[in-house]
Design a protein around this ligand. Structure first.
Ligand SMILES: [Zn+2]
Length: 428
């Protein structure tokens, strides 16, 4: 087992190690049993299975009570810990580390560095979230406007915009892609198999007919394309000047962004110094791959997605985002997942994982995009990264109600930060 919900990991621990166990996250954190984690294999655990990641750093900040940043640990008396993480927690940890380093260098410039300080920063380096690599300078960039690619140590404004930073796809992931492309058969499947009972999925003949048409059209297009592995992918940078659709979905993300956005707006854009490896890199590279493929589609029915803006009254802000594609005037958002639950019936976790991702991410994103367009529904294109099987699901904005309830609370809790952000926007 590589990926499972926290609940499943606890069961696994109880069966394989000891029944008396507990899961520990951040300080005072109440963990959600449905949150999805991947396992990391430390030296004690031996060699990870194919697709698994090894972990050679310190798992604990304080043994038995505080895990290292980005980790959740399941532990029981006299048994080795089970080390868990996920993308969200890794990003949070990376952001925390950055903040910490900045404070550190501020302090260091005031006072001379002592040996004690140095030891402390060495310690900190060891606690970095795992499975990433340092990028070589000069870094690689691409203009958001004209698409020109260039090398530079620092971001250089191009066509009046901050450029996007990219990284070369690692050798391992390139190997993975070449194998995938050799074996892939793009197969459209009707969505009912996976979508029954999920929030936002609509039961409407016309919408179903459109989804089917989109799926069948795409199957033909994809199987007819000559495809190559992507060479680069866009690095994710949480620092943003504007709140985005993706910042309104979950409390932990919103909190991080709203607390820092004013600072980000004042500071210069900084290069990212590390790139992910493993599943996370493959996920990013896959997005790049699809983007490139869709750009080449020659069809009157398919087009690039258009930017949408949504006025969030509860928070008093306007957010923007861009769905990936458009089919006959209906926005289409693409999400890749490792596998569909029914592709691996022996792995019962996948059902829970899929449901969790749908509820926490896909349904919310569709609901948010729909606020900015005239349509009643949009299409979610879900693709399996292992097989190339895909489906198209018509979704409405049912997920809005729960988010609106959250926003009312956030508006109060982060009033100061929101006001500061709004003031900066007004001054533009
Ligand atoms: Zn340019």
């Amino acid at each position: 087992m590589i990926e499972a919900t926290l609940n499943e990991w606890k069961k696994w621990y109880a069966e394989n190690r000891t029944e008396e166990c507990r899961a520990i996250g951040k300080k005072r954190e109440e963990l959600d049993d449905d949150e999805v984690f991947i396992r990391l294999w430390n030296t004690q655990d031996g060699k990870p299975p194919e697709g698994g990641e090894s972990f050679n750093a310190k798992a604990w900040k304080k043994p038995g009570s505080t895990p290292a940043p980005g980790l959740v640990i399941v532990t029981g008396k006299g048994e080795p810990p089970l080390i868990l993480t996920n993308q969200k927690r890794r990003e949070e940890a990376a952001e925390e580390t950055k903040k910490w380093e900045q404070q550190k260098s501020k302090k260091a410039s005031k006072a001379k560095k002592t040996d004690a300080d140095k030891n402390e920063s060495d310690e900190k380096a060891k606690k970095e979230p795992p499975a990433s690599r340092y990028l070589k300078k000069p870094y690689q960039w691409r203009c958001r406007d004209c698409g020109e690619e260039f090398d530079a140590t620092k971001p250089k404004v191009h066509c009046k915009r901050n450029p996007r930073q990219r990284a070369e796809v690692s050798r391992d992931s390139t190997k993975w892609f070449n194998q995938f492309l050799e074996e892939v058969k793009w197969t459209y499947m009707p969505h009912r198999e996976i979508s029954t009972g999920l929030i936002g999925v609509i039961d409407d003949e016309k919408a179903d007919a459109l989804a089917k048409e989109a799926g069948e059209s795409l199957e033909k297009i994809l199987n007819g394309e000559e495809m190559t592995a992507p060479k680069y992918f866009d690095l994710y940078n949480e620092r943003t000047r504007y709140l985005r659709v993706s910042d309104l979905k979950e409390h932990s993300k919103f909190k991080r962004v709203i607390n820092r956005i004013a600072g980000w707006r004042e500071a210069k854009q900084k290069p990212v110094s590390k790139a992910p490896l493993g599943v996370i890199e493959i996920g990013h590279a896959f997005d790049e791959f699809l983007e490139g493929t869709f750009e080449n589609i020659q069809s009157d029915d398919w087009a690039k997605g258009e930017r949408v803006r949504f006025d969030c009254e509860e928070l008093g802000v306007i957010v923007g985002g861009t769905p990936d594609l458009n089919f006959k005037g209906v926005p289409v958002e693409t999400k890749t997942l490792r596998v569909f639950p029914h592709e691996v019936p022996e792995d019962k976790n996948q059902k829970a994982i899929f449901k969790y991702k749908w509820k926490k991410n896909y349904a919310k994103q569709a609901a948010l995009y729909l606020q900015g367009v005239d349509n009643e529904f949009m299409l979610l294109l879900l693709i399996s990264r292992e097989s190339g099987a895909f489906t198209v699901v018509p979704v409405d904005d049912e997920a809005m109600a729960a988010m609106q309830e959250n926003w009312v609370v956030w508006a109060e809790d982060y009033e100061k930060q929101l006001d500061a952000y709004k003031k900066l926007i007004d001054e533009e």
